[in-house]
Every structure is written in C-alpha cells, then in structure tokens.
Design a protein around this ligand. Sequence first.
Ligand SMILES: [Zn+2]
Length: 58
Amino acid sequence: MFCGQCGFTIAPGVRFCAKCGKAVAPASPMPPANAPTPPPRATTAATRTAFATAARGD
Ligand SMILES: [Zn+2]
C-alpha cells in the first residue's frame, strides 16, 4: 500500500502514513454518503402562491 499524498510505502495494518502523517484509507471501500436528497420545494411554492393570492384579495 502506498500513501495517497506522498507515495510513501505503508505497511499493512498501519492506518497513518509514517512520513507525512496522512490517514490511510481502509482496504474496504466505503460507499459515499455525501449525497443528501434536497427537500421538495413544491410545498413552499404552493404556500407562497396562496399568500400572494390572499394578499391580492382575489
Ligand atoms: Zn504520506
């Protein structure tokens, strides 16, 4: 295994690069969990339209 930052050879089982100190990624890849689903905006738009209609007095 090699350090992804400096390329230093890292012994198996070591979790930090001995040269630059960067944390080494684990052998098992983890699924990305940085894709949050944005909340629906339909409710907000409908509420805004309702307020606008009430303000106009239709
Ligand atoms: Zn390194």
